[in-house]
Design a protein around this ligand. Sequence first.
Ligand SMILES: C[S@@+](CC[C@H](N)C(=O)[O-])C[C@H]1O[C@@H](n2cnc3c(N)ncnc32)[C@H](O)[C@@H]1O
Length: 196
Amino acid sequence: MSVDQFQKTGRNALEQVDGILRNGWTDSPEYAIILENLNICLGQTILDAGCGNGYMAIKFSKLMGNTGKIYALDVDKAFIGNLKKEIGKKSNIDAFVGDITKRTDLKDSSVDIAYLSTVFHIFSESQIVGFENEINRILKPKAQLAIININKEETPFGPPVEMRSSPEELRQKLSFVPTKLIEVGEHFYMQLFIKV
Ligand SMILES: C[S@@+](CC[C@H](N)C(=O)[O-])C[C@H]1O[C@@H](n2cnc3c(N)ncnc32)[C@H](O)[C@@H]1O
């Protein structure tokens, strides 16, 4: 399915990883797995928290066409400055500097999907509490939190193993309801939660 066709359906049409790759959404099977499992619908509001250079926010934006809103947030001013330059003024991405472990400028119950990729290991225990409070505040009821983590094992890259959380540890650290655990390539996993 092409981008145009997807945008006309108004629903999640990313049913096949094969299709995502074949149609050029991304050249990476890992990103295809992530996009497929997020069940993104047109018009939704997505938060890419700790977005880094914003590559995933840009994929979300491309997928949603000119519908919906993508908030790309990072504590790093340089990342956000560069992303703003890259996306220009007409994008449906709103990039801003912020700390997701504290209160942000996002409105209560305004976000359909909060996405956090390879950021959780950085948080201290008190930041995890702050993160949970803020995500709980900004997610709509029944909305989704997606956390991508690097596996808790020796890998050729990534933070020290002791900083990482296994899926079981992650689920214990957060009070959201876990829904699905997805293997993302050889080295990562995505744990999905919903807010009840
Ligand atoms: C390893 S990078 C991951 C970037 C991107 N999400 C990715 O998957 O490539 C971690 C990012 O989290 C950001 N970050 C760390 N703590 C944060 C916080 N409390 N709030 C928002 N962003 C944070 C860092 O500035 C950095 O850009």
